[in-house]
Design a protein around this ligand. Sequence first.
Ligand code: FES
Length: 102
Amino acid sequence: MPTDLLFKTLPLAQQTTVRIYIDEQMHEVPGTLSVAAALLAAGHLACRTTPVGDNERAPFCMMGVCFDCLLEIDGVPNRQGCMTLVRDGMQVRRMQGARSIA
Ligand code: FES
């Protein structure tokens, strides 16, 4: 499913960009995006897979309710991508399967 028509940024949001790393691949994104929005804009629809069934999950509500946007952000697992703004140099990893409890 193409995402370019679904997610258009406002002209104001395009003035500054930051570099984030998604699964170690660099992406330059508008600095006003949430991590979940940046992930979708970069073409990554799935944030994680479920512990049971290994099914892909993607950001759904974009307002902190569904928890389908959980990601590892700067080494911290299970952070809500839709509630976290991008920052220059941020390291984002999509999570696979069951989490380990540290
Ligand atoms: S997309 Fe629903 S909590 Fe983040």
